[in-house]
Design a protein around this ligand. Structure first.
Ligand code: ATP
Ligand code: MG
Length: 395
């Protein structure tokens, strides 16, 4: 499991898990959905604020849009959670490719991804619930779509599952770091990170409540059939501070190497923590290296320390660009991306750019790369940026 819990209050986790609200019970008719006492309690507890509405309140208005599956339906959808259909594994549990029948029984079956909570996961229920509520409310072309969920407590223990739209081209992580995949061309890298940035900008400023994603990393950027990126995994997402508050206080959770230093030190979470993490992924895109690679010489293991030795305004900067690109990138745009990453990684969180500023800077870098690509192909000097677009592995 890649997630870490620096501050873990186990007794607190357990209490929360036991008293956590239930969603629609798969065995009850959906007409009962508005009479869920546990969800009511949750809504009322934060309901005294006049505005804006909280995620649980917004969720209550939209919950009918999610489909409540029975465990049996999802077992059939995955051929009994057949190992041959397993497409991934993360901290939450296993992910399977499956096929679900339409609700009314008519029409073609839909291919989906089904995430099944590992039953021993202490944090699992809480993350599952957060994911259902956030993705039940949020909707954007660059967020993965949640189709439904399953919550069943039976003789075999609790079962918590999530059903998503299927993303056939796997994750940005696979395309950047897995040698079995063709090289991701320069412009495609930028287009993918731009889409991911637009998804993050929507979370920070496009919804009634500010949403802090808290888990931005290349494995959570999934790619659809057209290589359009979509953010996935909202189990760690939190509502941002409201009113005069500057941050939300929380136990420190996330993935090693990606979390902002002030958040790790204080547990104070802000939207700027996401911006830091975005800066880390920008350097992954530039270098084709993971944030932490223990098999490298000691000075190169930590990506952020290593790239500091190759600043964007020095000639040696080009040494850090992913060698798999074989020089096929726009040097000026690459420098701009590195400078943008450095701004995202400023120690003083208040000096970091907003996500909408990041989006603008990325658009400029793409334009510059396209311009340099067309001028070099007009001169016949480079095979630069041809969209020899990877045919990603489809499962
Ligand atoms: N909707 C989806 N469509 C297709 N594949 C998916 C989908 N969701 C997840 N996957 C696959 O399952 C893998 C595991 O995903 P998961 O989110 O459980 O773990 P992770 O992101 O790798 O790690 P972590 O648990 O630390 O977030 C992903 O990398 C991806 O390949
Ligand atoms: Mg993930």
């Amino acid at each position: 499991m890649k997630c870490f819990y620096l501050f873990k209050d186990k007794s607190k986790c357990r209490r929360k898990a036991e008293s956590a609200p239930e969603l629609r019970d798969q065995n009850k008719s959906s007409n009962n959905n508005n009479n869920n006492p546990a969800l009511d309690r949750l809504t009322k507890s934060s309901g005294s604020l006049p505005s804006p509405k909280s995620i649980p309140e917004l969720y209550k208005e939209k919950e009918q849009e999610l489909r409540a599956f029975t465990f049996q339906e999802l077992r059939e959808a995955t051929n009994g959670f057949n190992r041959m259909l397993k497409i991934g594994e993360g901290g939450f549990g296993s992910v399977y490719k499956g096929t679900i029948k339409p609700l009314n029984g008519q029409g073609n079956p839909t291919v989906v991804a089904i995430k099944k909570l590992n039953q021993h996961s202490l944090q699992g229920h809480k993350q599952w619930l957060a994911e259902v509520q956030f993705l039940g409310v949020l909707s954007h072309p660059h967020l993965v779509k949640l189709i439904g969920y399953c919550s069943a407590d039976g003789e075999r223990g609790i079962q918590r599952l999530l059903v998503y739209e299927y993303m056939p081209n796997r994750s940005l992580e696979d395309h950047l770091f897995n040698r079995a995949f063709p090289v991701l061309p320069w412009i495609k890298r930028l287009e993918i990170i731009l889409g991911a940035a637009e998804g993050l900008a929507y979370l920070h400023d496009g919804v009634e409540v500010k949403v802090i994603y808290r888990d931005f990393k290349s494995s959570n950027v999934l790619l659809d059939e057209n290589f359009q990126p979509k953010l996935s995994d909202f189990g760690l997402a939190r509502e941002g501070p409201t009113g005069d508050r500057t941050h939300v206080s929380t136990a420190v959770v996330g993935t090693y190497g990606y979390a902002a230093p002030e958040y790790v030190e204080t547990g104070h979470l802000t939207v700027q923590s996401d911006i830091w993490t975005f800066g880390v992924v920008l350097y992954e895109i530039l270098t084709g290296r993971r944030v932490l690679e223990r098999n490298r010489p000691s000075g190169e293991q930590k990506l952020l320390d290593w790239v500091k030795q190759y600043p964007a305004d020095k000639n040696r900067f080009s040494m850090i660009i992913d060698p798999r690109l074989r020089g096929d990138f726009a040097p000026n745009a690459a420098k701009k991306i590195a400078k943008l990453a450095d701004c995202c990684l400023l120690k003083n969180a208040k000096e970091r750019p907003t996500m909408s500023q990041v989006v603008e800077r990325l658009k400029q870098a793409i334009q510059e790369s396209q311009a340099s690509s067309s001028s070099s192909s007009a001169n016949g000097t480079s095979s630069s940026h041809k969209s020899n677009l990877v045919k990603g592995k489809s499962k």
